[in-house]
Design a binder for this molecule. Sequence first.
Ligand code: CP
Length: 328
Amino acid sequence: MTGLTSNPVPGRRSLTQISDLSDSEIVDLLGRAEIYRKQELGTRRFSDELKDSVVATLFFEGSTRTRLSFTLAAERLGARVIDLAVSASSVSKGESLKDTCDTVSALGADAVVVRHPNEGAPLQIASWTSLAVVNAGDGCHEHPTQALGDLFSLSSAFEGVGNLAAKKIAIVGDILHSRVARSLSALLGRFGSKVVLVGPPDMMVDRPSALGAEFSFDLDEVVGEVDVLYLLRIQRERIQGGYHSSIDSYTRRFQLDQKRYLRMAPKSIVMHPGPVNRGVELAVKLPEERSLISEQVRNGVLMRMAVFSKILATASDDRRSQRGVFGD
Ligand code: CP
């Protein structure tokens, strides 16, 4: 079956990684996000499109943007949101992930949004339960809705996803531990963008070509050639054994400072998924027209609305019709 990862319950779909999506589903999500933008549902209004749905949020790692964004996206579409405060939950008494998810399912949730330090946890939950599962970041693996929201931002900035084919996008920093780099490379490769992964050798993945990307250990070599500079933070919480590079050497070689910013092409733009470590990867005040960082946050809400709409509207339809209708 094509389409998002298939769950045991007909019609329930999950989004655990970019490869769950066909090209036409990605284009469909961009279209839905654009409709919500035009309806001002991302900023001002609420609808009742998903008024009978319940979304559970389970964040086993810290988050500001993703957690708030998923909550707001569900609420803008009229869904009820139940949030598990993991540190104050029965997880602290030894409850397993499966038992936690079975409990969420028994409470009547339709979808669960999960962030977890272990790679593959969302896919595991999708195999255990009939819940629609949305990956909000699993270890160093993937962060698909961040990448989809970023694709939406890029598509808007360059006036259509078709225009991304000619663009060169450098993703800079701790590539090795970045789930955003993995999801975004996979996604941009589908639309023909030229992706260059840039960072020190000890923060680089073994096989950049497996992500459809080129690589460079030298930001100065690429900074003047790119249409988009996508900065990452150093993912300290996922580093085992430390880095060879000191922060001083990292900032000297990979920080976007004033000097490097002035070498960028006049219409090129800077992106960052947040949180930004100012003074480490970024040390220049960017003019509004050259930064998509706030737009990425706003567009993240619209894209997560699109994902909920696609997953949950289909689940409700299927509960009524008892047949799968989702996919190509
Ligand atoms: N971009 C991102 O995942 O940010 P948070 O960790 O704040 O959710």
